[in-house]
Design a protein around this ligand. Structure first.
Ligand SMILES: Cc1cc2nc3c(=O)[nH]c(=O)nc-3n(C[C@H](O)[C@H](O)[C@H](O)COP(=O)(O)OP(=O)(O)OC[C@H]3O[C@@H](n4cnc5c(N)ncnc54)[C@H](O)[C@@H]3O)c2cc1C
Length: 348
């Protein structure tokens, strides 16, 4: 008898598995590589909403939990996965500069926003109104982290590269039977793939497709993350991830010419250097109508749980949300009503 089956090994599945590892629980992960949201993500951790210069929901607390979470994974997997990189927010006009300075004076935001204007010294970029610098931000190598963690789990025979077949679940009293595996609990963490999950597909997970292009530009020589209407994220070796797009209509997994054109149009407004496009990636963000995560336990089946809705700022959110779900299941700590799937009970 296992303690847990975990379905899906994106950022949410990994975050829950890390809880289970820390608490010495037994588990098996199922992953079919049907969704790519975590694998294509920019990997930026940033508590500030850069459009309005406000703090994201509970981001200060989540930031602290996330820092120690990723540091612990780095040391466990013996891999360098976190780089501290400031984000430079390109101002569009003087009004935005003024809004930034106002935000700097607010108590919690002051911790993250530098009150100095940063002048651009990079000839490859056109930044007439200068930058504001966000502190305590950076980038996680999510793809490397997921692959290295999956290898570690394969070594423990706890990772199955196969689709989870929902119609093979038999719910028993106090446990769940799946094929020849018995488990006390199942946690579903399939991202947008939850649309095929008969236990939870009533939840209002909308999905928002995001695409990046990967460019090579030898003259750009950028070390920080730059945010204008799009991000430019340095990857090393003169490569940069540029984007992302937001599309809540198209739910296909493929990259599109329209998105590439949209990104290039925005990039050319402030990049004065030649570049080549070397790749393009796409994923569906698991986003929710009210922009809050979807966490909790099925109201008819106490052994069946969900960890989802991490469509935006998943890197900051997932470690805290996984901890909340674990504490709710194992210690009966009530979930915050804002994230509990009970808020959508009427939709069942
Ligand atoms: C273009 C883009 C850029 C982003 N940039 C950032 C960023 O910079 N910072 C940030 O914080 N967030 C970012 N995000 C958002 C965020 O990182 C992700 O949305 C988040 O990682 C979601 O993780 P998840 O594990 O919940 O879902 P997913 O990553 O979708 O993982 C779900 C997993 O479940 C598996 N699965 C599904 N169904 C089954 C099944 N039946 N059987 C077995 N396995 C199954 C899938 O294959 C997948 O691996 C970005 C997202 C996108 C798309």
């Amino acid at each position: 008898m296992l303690d847990y089956i975990v379905v899906g090994f994106g950022l949410s599945g990994l975050s829950f598995v890390e809880q289970l590892e820390n608490k010495g629980k037994s588990f098996k992960v199922y992953e079919n590589f049907s969704q790519k949201s975590s694998r294509v993500a920019g990997g930026i951790f940033n508590p500030v909403i850069l459009k309005r210069f406000t703090l994201a929901w509970k981001a200060s607390e989540q930031s602290k939990i996330a820092s120690s979470f990723y540091a612990h994974i780095e040391s466990k997997l013996q891999k360098s996965l976190v780089s501290e990189l400031p984000i430079l927010r390109r101002f569009n006009d003087v009004e935005e500069q003024n809004n930034w300075f106002e935000a700097c004076d607010k108590p919690v935001l002051g911790e993250f926003l530098s009150p100095k204007l940063i002048r651009n010294t990079n000839a490859a970029l056109d930044i007439p109104f200068h930058y504001g610098k966000v502190k305590h931000t950076g980038k996680i190598e999510i793809n490397n982290m997921l692959s290295a963690y999956a290898d570690y789990l394969k070594g423990k025979k706890a990772f199955a590269e196969e689709p989870f077949e929902y119609d093979r679940v038999i719910i028993q009293k106090g446990f769940v039977q799946y094929k020849d595996v018995k488990s006390r609990n199942i946690v579903f963490a399939e991202g947008f793939g939850v649309k095929d999950n008969p236990f939870f597909n009533y939840l209002p997970l909308q999905g928002n497709k995001g695409e990046y292009v990967i460019i090579k530009s030898e003259n750009l020589k950028l070390k920080e993350i730059v945010k204008s209407s799009i991000f430019i994220i340095p990857l090393g070796d003169d490569m940069y991830k540029v984007g992302a797009t937001y599309n809540n209509q198209d739910k296909s997994p493929q990259t599109t010419i329209d998105s590439r054109e949209e990104i290039e149009k925005k990039l050319k407004r402030f990049l004065n250097a030649p570049y080549q496009i070397v790749d393009q990636v796409a994923g569906i963000r698991p986003t929710v109508r009210d922009r809050k995560p979807l966490i909790g336990t099925h109201d008819s089946y106490p052994n069946i749980h969900i960890l989802n809705g991490m469509g935006s700022r998943g890197i900051l959110l997932a470690p805290t949300m996984a901890q909340n779900l674990y504490n709710c299941i194992e210690e009966e700590t009530p979930l915050d009503q804002e994230i509990d799937i009970k808020r959508f009970k009427k939709l069942r």
